[in-house]
Design a protein around this ligand. Structure first.
Ligand code: GLU
Length: 302
């Protein structure tokens, strides 16, 4: 794509809260394919910011699964090793005087908030209460304007995070950093210039771009949200299909060529199922991006 920054730096960022499944494989293929196609670097980032839900054995398992897939990475980081960095960045954010403490539980928010678009929306209950930090969460006030970006696959997007989720939680009441905060700090400081992730995370992007601005990152990354897996052998996937981990599939004897082929087919990236070798992933990614680019150009012409 002509608008990717070179040298390209992207990341694969799984959370070790469970075993990898097909959705992760699709994301890993896209990250790997795009990075290798453009001579870029891949950061494998273990997003273990939630201490309650993450387990070291899931990290070990994900490293092993990735090795089995043959999708290698160039750099490695783990969020639980970066506590000091998040603290520093939080201090920097406090200088803006838009940071406040929040005593609300998830239940409180569920009870008191409207949820436009079905999302949990924080109504700013604790802003101006001047609560101290102890046992409270930390939030930042979001500007009320809309933010736009040109997604590499989906094209122009406009989001208004203040109406979608309200003020963002940076650290929860138990002291866990949140996904948005840790992810933005890392994307910024690790100089990630292309974020490649599934469409299910599209709504995260406007708010993350605002956080980049608040942290004074002059170069917010570019975003590419790829389609999700929706079918297996032409049939819509059920919850059960997603709950089957790659480990389990491996133990049942699947080989990776079959897995790659099924995953790419079920995301609509391959028009028909066929086994795919690692060596073919580059070309498949290239053809896919070419198709997308053409579609986007046709849309612009209309
Ligand atoms: N840890 C997030 C996940 O596993 C990564 C999201 C992202 O790529 O920004 O869903």
């Amino acid at each position: 794509m002509d608008d990717f920054k070179i040298p390209l730096r992207t990341r694969f960022a799984p959370s070790p809260t469970g075993y990898l499944h097909r959705g992760h494989v699709l994301n890993a293929i896209m990250v790997w394919g795009v990075a290798r196609l453009y001579g870029g670097k891949i950061m494998l980032r273990v997003e273990d910011h939630d201490r309650e839900r993450c387990r070291p054995e899931y990290e070990t398992a994900l490293l092993e699964d990735l090795q089995w897939l043959g999708l290698e990475w160039d750099e490695f980081s783990r969020q639980s090793d970066r506590e000091e960095i998040y603290l520093e960045m939080l201090d920097a954010l406090r200088m803006t005087e838009h940071v406040y403490h929040c005593q609300c539980s998830r239940k409180d928010i569920l009870e008191n908030s409207m949820q436009p678009g079905g999302e949990l929306w924080y109504p700013g209950t604790c802003d101006n209460l001047d609560l101290d930090e102890k046992d409270n969460g930390v939030r930042v006030v979001l500007p009320t304007y809309s933010t736009g970006f040109d997604d590499s696959i989906l094209g122009e997007q406009i989001q208004t995070p203040a109406l979608q989720c309200g003020d963002i939680l940076l650290r929860d009441r138990k002291g866990n950093w949140t996904y948005h905060f840790a992810c933005v700090v890392d994307d910024f400081l690790q100089k990630i210039n292309l974020v490649i992730r599934g469409e299910d995370l599209l709504e995260s992007t406007g708010r993350q771009m605002m956080l980049h601005t608040m942290l004074a990152n002059p170069n917010s990354p570019k975003y590419l949200h790829h389609p999700l897996i929706f079918e297996k052998n032409g049939v819509k996937m059920s919850k059960r299909d997603f709950s089957m981990s790659i480990r389990e599939e491996r133990s049942k004897g699947i080989n990776r060529e079959k897995l790659f082929g099924e995953v790419l087919y079920s995301a609509g990236i391959l028009p028909a199922y066929r086994p795919v070798a690692v060596g073919e992933l580059l070309q498949i990614t290239e053809i896919y991006l070419f198709r997308i680019l053409q579609k986007k150009q046709n849309l612009r012409r209309k």
